[in-house]
Design a protein around this ligand. Structure first.
Ligand code: 2RA
Length: 423
């Protein structure tokens, strides 16, 4: 379906400063359509870009025409919140989901927006499309949407390791956005994401060589079904849960669906398929994505990814080895100055959930290797681990006025870590 009443217009070059990214904006031609077809409550305009020749976006005076594929999921919902919270300059917003959710309305600010069927929608007119609908949808649809002229920011694993697709953590490697050959930018896995803002400054100072990582991953990393499974099992145990002290089979939990064994009052060290030398998909992602983002192709990584009965907030225990010595006090100093990082005595998922930065603490020497450090990191897996980073990427692409990022969203007045995204 194409919006009617199109009016042609030309976007001006030069209004947006992208010099920090090392490329120049080009002039684009946009087609503005008057349409309020998808939004109840306010009239909007839709803007279709013709012949997108480069990868940066040029917001029209009205702002950016945004789509969210997978809008009805956990991450889609948080993208909606973050777009509003950060006052992303949305000119129009279209929401897409599977046929099951299509036809519903989702609220954004004071409007209710119709959810379109992702498999049949006409995507033309979007500037940015956030994808959070799984790898198979992204594999199929992201190139289709990119071909309309939009830049896809994809939260799935589908494109992360494609050499022509930048894999970007906003505070770490925004320079990778210089070339977006396929019109797709990949958002890293939430597990990898939490570690990157912490490891980057340490790597710059001392040369990261190797790391051993154990994760403590929240059930929301497995989507709403993971959340419901934990909730149902906790309810089942009720107030008598301490009976598990003497007998691990004290309760007949509802049969586990998401994981092989109950997740409530338990830990599950096998989350995904084993794909390589006994390592799971998640553990291989952690290795490969870390190498790509930090630009250390030879980085040695041994991960053990474990699901724990926590609703949100992924934690990682990291033992890192560096080429050069890095004393603990130097590491802490670097971490205190790092964008998107808060140094805490006790980083933990409850403190991290709903907040922007990743929290790092327990920084100490690892005496088992030369130039080793041990540390503990926690970050909100749905927020920085997915939705927030995706929106930050969009902000960079739109080359908005550099804004403070990654100060604590719960305490924006104390943004000691606040910095521009551009570096
Ligand atoms: C998980 N990292 O926690 C995955 C989600 N992308 O299962």
């Amino acid at each position: 379906m194409r919006p009617s009443n199109a009016v042609r217009t030309v976007w001006n070059a030069g209004a947006i400063d992208t010099s920090h990214l090392g490329f120049r904006p080009i002039q684009k031609i946009a087609t503005i359509h008057a349409s309020s077809r998808f939004i109840r409550g306010i009239p909007t305009v839709e803007c279709g870009m013709a012949n997108r020749m480069s990868t940066e976006l040029r917001p029209s005076p009205q702002g950016v025409h945004v789509g969210i594929v997978g809008a009805s999921g956990l991450v889609g919902d948080i993208i909606l919140s973050i777009l509003a919270e950060r006052q992303f300059p949305v000119a129009s917003l279209r929401l897409f989901a599977s046929a099951r959710s299509a036809g519903r309305y989702l609220r954004w600010k004071h409007t209710e927006i119709l959810v379109e069927d992702a498999s049949t929608a006409d995507y033309s007119g979007l500037d940015i499309a956030f994808f959070s609908a799984g790898a198979s949808t992204s594999l199929k649809l992201a190139p289709v949407v990119a071909a309309t002229g939009a830049v896809v920011v994809d939260n799935s694993s589908a494109w992360r390791m494609d050499a022509d697709v930048p894999l970007v953590v906003a505070e770490v490697n925004s320079h990778a956005l210089k070339a977006i050959q396929r019109g797709i930018v990949a958002n890293p896995n939430c597990t990898t994401m939490a570690a990157m803002p912490v490891l980057k400054p340490l790597h710059e100072a001392a040369g990261l060589q190797r790391m051993v990582v154990s994760t403590y991953q929240a059930v929301s990393g497995g989507g709403i079904t993971g959340v419901r499974e934990l909730e149902a099992q906790v309810r089942n145990a009720g107030v008598d849960s301490a009976a598990l002290v003497r007998d691990g089979a004290a309760f007949d939990f509802p049969p586990p669906k998401k994981w092989a064994v109950p997740i409530a009052f338990n830990v599950v060290p096998l989350n995904y398929q084993i794909v390589e030398d006994g390592y799971t998909e998640e553990e291989v992602k952690l290795r490969d994505e870390s190498r790509k983002i930090l630009e250390i192709p030879e980085l040695l990584v041994s991960g053990t990814c474990v699901r724990v009965p926590v609703y949100a907030g992924h934690s990682l225990s990291i033992n890192a080895q560096f080429k050069r010595d890095i004393p603990v006090d130097v590491a802490l100093e670097l971490l205190r100055g790092a964008a998107g990082v808060v140094v805490a005595d006790v980083p933990n998922p409850l403190v991290a959930t709903g907040r922007d930065p990743v929290f790092v603490g327990r920084v100490r020497r690892d005496p088992t290797v030369e130039h080793g450090l041990a540390l503990f990191v926690t970050g909100d897996n749905l927020r920085k681990g997915a939705a927030l980073n995706a929106v930050q990427i969009a902000e960079i692409l739109c080359s908005q006025i550099p804004r403070p990022v990654m100060g604590d969203n719960k305490n924006r007045s104390q943004q000691s870590n606040a910095t521009s995204l551009a570096h």
